[in-house]
Design a protein around this ligand. Structure first.
Ligand code: AR6
Length: 174
């Protein structure tokens, strides 16, 4: 698939990722997988307590890796929990860890037969990763495998963040 066709499978929107009717939503979790604030808190709240019950059996998740659970009460069938890096100035392997979080999430989604998937802006909230370089890693990782998905959605939580993704997609797609 050429770059233009791959790009046509990407979308950006602003809103609550827990409401999306996609095969899988990705959670920006922490190493415990036991919930937290931000998008993680929203996903646990919307999915219901069964998610925490199951998460307790998973034994956590190293940074850059991903784990899958059912979506429980979400419209999405699956939740892919990944752990992005905490930003420590960019010299502690953060870009590579963030790339691995995206790639491992996408691979796990493919293993589950997912055709439509939505990502939040992993690591760019509490974990402090700068938004533009994070969006570049997100979009580059998605383009690598876009041919195998129907749609890869970047679900931001503000119009300003949405504009960042649109800018990065324009940069990488034209
Ligand atoms: N839908 C979509 N995006 C959201 C939502 C939502 N409902 N809520 C927040 N965001 P963050 P991180 C955006 O902090 O930086 C948790 O406590 C938010 O605006 O959720 O990877 C975990 O347990 C931001 O752009 O995740 C970890 O301890 C993006 O989601 C830690 O935070 C990511 O922000 C992970 O930090």
């Amino acid at each position: 698939m050429n770059r233009k066709d791959a790009c046509s499978r990407l979308s950006v929107c602003t809103g609550d990722i827990t409401r999306l009717e996609v095969d899988a939503v990705v959670n920006a979790a922490n190493n415990s997988l036991l919930g937290g604030g931000g998008v993680d808190g929203a996903i646990h709240k919307a999915a219901g307590p069964e998610l925490l019950d199951l998460a307790r059996t998973l034994g956590g998740c190293p940074t850059g890796e991903a784990r899958v659970t059912p979506g429980f009460r979400l419209p999405a069938r699956w939740i892919i929990h990944t752990v992005g890096p905490v930003w420590r100035g960019g010299t502690q392997g953060e870009p590579e860890l963030l790339r691995r979080a995206y790639r491992n999430s996408l691979q796990l989604a493919l293993d589950k037969g997912v055709r439509t998937i939505a990502f939040p802006a992993i690591s760019t909230g509490v974990y402090g990763y700068p938004k533009v370089p994070a969006a570049r890693i997100a979009v580059e990782s998605a383009l690598e495998v876009a041919a195998q998905f129907e749609r890869i959605l970047f679900c931001t939580y503000s119009e300003r963040d949405e504009a960042v993704y649109r800018q990065v997609i324009e940069e990488l797609c034209t």
